[in-house]
Design a protein around this ligand. Structure first.
Ligand SMILES: [Cu+2]
Length: 160
């Protein structure tokens, strides 16, 4: 947490020095993690984490994620297998220079395997993302209902 606080403070200083147009979101060097969310799920089951990653710097890669709430955390994608979409672990998620990558249902996601506790709607779950160059970034997943398609669908988490 100390490292996170220090990084957040540094981000605030950079934010002040830079244009106010960039004021929204949390700056952590070149990568911003925004709009993290998950879905309600029971203890012992699997959950998924979704979010948007904005990379304003050089190419980087998300190489791992950690979360205390799950015994195993993997990076997953979906692949089409005939008429069925199947999940498959990926070694890393590429973040090309200057691009935005969205982890969303039906695509890339953070898989929370064997939940130690239930993911309850309305709760916030901390997750640590590990990037090849940017290092560790803390994000929070806001837990939506079990069938949610995202925070926008329930009217929360508006960005300006
Ligand atoms: Cu998965």
């Amino acid at each position: 947490m100390t490292a996170f606080t220090r990084r957040a403070g540094l981000g605030a200083l950079i934010g002040l020095a830079a244009t106010r147009a960039q004021a929204q979101g949390h700056a952590h060097g070149p990568i911003q993690a925004e709009a993290g969310w998950s879905r309600a799920a029971g203890a012992g089951r699997v959950g998924a984490g979704f979010l948007t990653l904005r990379n304003s710097g050089a190419a980087d890669r998300l190489v791992a994620a950690r979360a205390d709430i799950a015994r195993t955390v993997e990076l997953h994608t979906h692949i089409r297998d005939g008429n069925v979409m199947r999940m498959r672990p990926v070694e890393a998620i590429d973040l090309p220079a200057g691009e935005t990558v969205t982890l969303a249902p039906g695509g890339l996601h953070i898989m929370l395997i064997d939940l130690k506790q239930a993911l309850r709607q309305g709760e916030s779950v901390p997750v640590t993302l590990v990037f090849e160059k940017a290092g560790e970034i803390q994000v929070t997943l806001e837990v939506q209902s079990a069938g949610s398609r995202g925070p926008a669908a329930v009217g929360g988490s508006h960005r300006h």
